[in-house]
Design a binder for this molecule. Sequence first.
Ligand code: AMP
Ligand code: MG
Length: 342
Amino acid sequence: MIYHDTDKDIKAVGKLLRNGEIIAIPTETVYGLAANAYDGNAVRKIFEAKRRPCDNPLIVHIADISAANEFAEPNEMFYKLAEKFMPGPITLIIPKKDNLPDEVCAGLLSVAVRYPDHPTTQKIIKAAGVPLAAPSANLSGSPSPTTAKHVIDDFGDHIPVLDAGKCRCGLESTVVSLLGGTPVLLRPGFITNEMLKKVLPNITIGQGVMEDLGNNEKPLSPGLKHRHYAPKADTTGVRGRTENAVHFINHNSGNNTIVICFDEEKNLYTAKTISYGRADNPEQLASNLFDALRKADAGHPENIFIRTPETDGIGLAVYNRLLRATGFHIIDTDTTHTEESV
Ligand code: AMP
Ligand code: MG
């Protein structure tokens, strides 16, 4: 069943959600698979549908800042960030109250809170009349959905979707933990580290954002330890200046290679290319990345090379997703001997 942003459909979707159904809904970041956050049974359906590990908590979506008080304990840092960045693509982790079912927070004592700025999402939350728990609406491990088609590609017609077109950001929200004295950036996104630093100068970047967490390390955010965004084919990230990267990729390409590259490089490769935006436009790269990963995978290549952007601003969020999509397999062609085989 496909719903649209009409008064009738929003009302119907709100009622279904309130009554314990799960529905894929648009947000400015990616499509989310939503359920009434106060209904443990409904929330369990999300984990089953996504085949999501039950130790990976969900984000609770609200339609105004004061609603956070109903199920969480906002602190001073929460209000500082909320005032500046909400509604918007940011998620803040604060202590939870007892009225939230354990399923939402995977047994943790904290909850992830987000107030999306997409007008359709706000209408749906208001129509439901309850906060909505929602992770990304993809099968666990695959790239997050940025269109209704991506949701349908993963779930067929098992899950109803409200189709409001392509998501503006295309990458999941920035996640910041506000549980200790020092705020920690757990997942980079459109609200960048540079923007956060202006409000909370002591913010630190969490372990796992830029490096692999060892198997024995306990991540601050359970989601960080799970494989994510990964195409099925063997996937390698390629960093460095165009001439070095092209030399390396062409040297290592086979008959069945796909290169996900920058627009300005697309004629330089011997293998088939999918371009995902200009190197100097990280917003565009972010917006097209997951679609490019899905398209590359649909071609059933033997291997995929992906050009990686600079790591400042929104580029850090793109790079962070590429680390996970490639299983931390990124080669810097400016420093590596480019005849090396992958
Ligand atoms: P998703 O919505 O699928 O992008 O996943 C939500 C992300 O937020 C995952 O990486 C979770 O591990 C993280 N998250 C949700 N709740 C918490 C929490 N209470 N503490 C730490 N991380 C959380
Ligand atoms: Mg996800």
